[in-house]
Ligand binder design. Structure first.
Ligand code: C2O
Ligand code: CU
Length: 637
């Protein structure tokens, strides 16, 4: 709903600006013929309607609790409504005396154009200044519109050319100075260190000292993954060029048992851009996090790096390269990581499938397969399906033939999951859902809406026909799912709260202007890091001003969802590593700062990350010896 309102509002803002300006220009045509005046009047009526529509949209947005409505109420709308009222007043006063000629009077033309300038300011608020509409940018906008109005008046009345020039020149100079300085400051150095935050007390700790356990009494599970380019053969399509671990997409599944030490040796055969391993959703020590330029240098061709961490948290995770990640993951540098509970805790007799979903060269792969896979499962057997979305966009799933429960999300068990029937499941980019069901007498199918004929078929009898999967069911909302449980902390008393405002505005990205993806008004690496102190309870307010969803992924921590759009989460405690903040949504989440380091927090629609949407949570006292930039070989996104 909010997204639709925002869409309508954006269209009305742009259309209204064009209409007001056009009405003014037409009215200004010298010695207006009646037809020009009539056309101008028609445009004026349309402009008034568009403006009224904007007011209505703003009222509706305010009613739905949109977080950013203030910028419209105090800035964007007054800048168009005030001159519009003046215009209509002037016309009402003059038209009875002078008829259509009223449109040609300098006062009316100036008022019409002033309304146009105010309407253009609304476009600027929408696409350029973004949030917050700081007093400085508001002042510049009002000054520019006022200056343009003064210049228009001077020119129309034919006096004071100098004044007109001055009125034009001052705003132009202001815009040029502001534009040049933001362009200049956006350029990246060849080498940029994320120095982290100095310790107020005690010595600084480099991330390179925050490593996993050395070999000890625990069992060690060793793997070697080799990154290399390879042709990947699909069943139905042509072979495609991929970037792979061990020549396959996805890479080898890693499956370990709780309590083991995982040791993964990463080798790079021939990926010239470099490669790392990031353990998505597994909260490793910072030095094992695999972010090029923050926690290590990217591994160059011929080189290697060994990761070690203890697998304490059972659940479904995945791994991927975090060097040029938007390219690397898309081309295939990813795989799954599953930590099974310690043997005593499980009944190992079920069917347990890990199902990463990925789009490779336009083909949707379910665990690497572009065809429906059939698994024979006897009736009565427990089934666990681990859905993992490794794409940049959400995937919608549905299950036919059996009710099911959502057992776990993002590697954390849900409390008291209830059985659901015809619900669809929407997984954000990077997210994982573990689905549980008991195999019925007939077949069960799971598919994604992007590939409704693919997916998996579970059946006691391979000869039975596969049921069709329907995607018409409502989406399961996890905020009210399951049953409440005691929390490990009182989220009502945080030590600090950080706003994280997600937006899309015109910015310079390393010197290039584009509609970038911003956090708190800036693009990476200029977004101020969120400081925390080890041990603190931190709340984040994630607010999305944009019209696209942003699945924000915080490394090294799971966050507890407190509320969405002001409505508290009422069901199971929901611990996420990827929070899918929809258009206009505001999520409040809490975390315990218990894993010191410098941690990425970014949109897992990875092209958004490349275009700016990356920041850090920085623990006081942690520094990094690594750097990003063209001279370093490190470019994490
Ligand atoms: Cu799955 Cu920073 O990434
Ligand atoms: Cu995004």
């Amino acid at each position: 709903m909010t997204a639709r309102l925002l869409g309508i509002d954006t269209v009305l803002t742009v259309v209204g600006a064009v209409l007001w300006l056009a009405a003014g220009v037409l009215a200004a045509t010298r010695r207006p013929q009646i037809s020009a005046a009539r056309l101008s009047a028609a445009l004026l009526s349309a402009a008034v309607l568009a403006t009224a529509g904007r007011v209505a949209a703003a009222a509706a947005l305010a009613g739905s609790g949109w977080w950013f409505v203030q910028e419209k109420v105090v800035l964007a709308l007054p800048m168009v409504v005030a001159p519009a009222v003046v215009t209509l007043g002037l016309l009402a006063a003059r038209a009875p005396r002078t008829g259509w000629a009223a449109f040609g009077s300098p006062a009316v033309v100036t008022a019409l154009l002033a309304t146009g300038y105010g309407a253009v300011a609304g476009v600027v608020v929408q696409f350029v200044t973004g949030y917050p509409a700081a007093p400085a940018s508001a002042t510049v906008l009002v000054a520019v519109a006022a200056g343009a109005t003064a210049a228009t008046w001077s020119m129309l009345t034919g006096r004071g050319r100098r004044r007109a020039t001055a009125a034009v020149a001052l705003p132009v100079v202001a815009v040029v100075v502001l534009g040049t300085s933001s362009w200049w400051s956006s350029r990246l150095p060849d080498r940029l260190e994320h120095a982290g935050h100095a310790a107020h007390h005690g010595a600084a700790v480099p991330v390179s000292a925050l490593r996993g356990p050395a070999a000890g009494p625990a069992a060690v599970r060793s793997f070697t993954l080799t990154a290399r380019r390879a042709r990947v053969t699909l069943t139905t399509g042509p072979a495609v060029d991929g970037w792979t671990f061990d020549g396959r997409v996805p890479g080898p599944p890693l499956r370990v048992t709780q309590g083991e030490i995982v040791e993964v040796r990463l080798r790079n055969a021939d990926i010239a851009e470099g490669v790392t391993l990031h353990w998505h959703g597994y909260d490793v020590p910072n030095g094992e996090d695999g972010v090029a330029g923050i926690t290590q240098d990217a591994v160059a061709p011929g080189a290697e790096f060994t990761y070690r961490f203890r697998a304490d948290e059972p659940g479904s995770y995945w791994y991927h390269s975090h060097e040029v990640s938007s390219t690397a993951v898309r081309l295939g540098l990813y795989g799954t990581l599953v930590v099974d509970p310690a043997p005593a805790a499980v009944d190992q007799t079920g069917t347990d499938l890990t199902l990463p979903v990925h789009t490779l060269a336009g083909t949707v792969l379910f665990d690497g397969s572009d065809q429906r896979e059939t698994h024979t499962v006897p009736a009565g057997r427990p089934v666990r399906l681990r859905l993992i979305n490794t794409d940049d966009v959400p995937h919608r799933f549905a299950i036919a033939g059996s009710p099911f429960r959502v057992l776990a999300v993002d590697g954390r068990d849900l409390h008291g999951p209830t059985e659901v029937g015809d619900r669809t499941l929407s997984l954000a980019a990077g997210a994982r859902y573990d689905i549980g069901l008991t195999m019925p007498l007939g077949p069960v199918r799971l598919a994604a809406a992007t590939a409704p004929d693919g997916g998996v078929l579970l059946t006691p009898d391979p000869a039975a026909p596969a049921p069709p999967v329907r995607f018409s069911g409502a989406e399961l909302d996890l905020l009210g799912y399951g049953a409440p449980a005691p929390l490990p902390f009182d989220p009502g008393a945080p030590d600090r709260d950080h706003p994280v405002v997600l937006d899309r505005t015109l910015r310079f990205l390393d010197g290039l202007p584009l509609r970038a993806y911003t956090v708190n008004g800036e693009v990476y690496p200029h977004i101020p890091a969120l400081p925390v102190v080890e041990g603190e309870l931190v709340t984040l307010t994630l607010a999305n001003r944009d019209t696209e969803p942003h699945p924000m992924h915080l490394h090294g921590h799971h966050v507890l969802v407190l509320s969405r759009d002001g409505r508290p989460a009422t069901g199971t405690p929901l611990w996420l590593d990827t929070v899918d903040v929809g258009p206009g949504e505001v999520w409040r989440v809490a975390l315990r700062a218990d894993n010191p380091g410098i941690w990425l927090d970014h949109c897992h629609n990875l092209p958004h990350a490349t275009q700016g949407m990356v920041l850090h949570v920085a623990y006081e006292g942690v520094t990094t010896p690594y750097a990003v930039g063209t001279a370093t070989g490190n470019q994490p996104e």
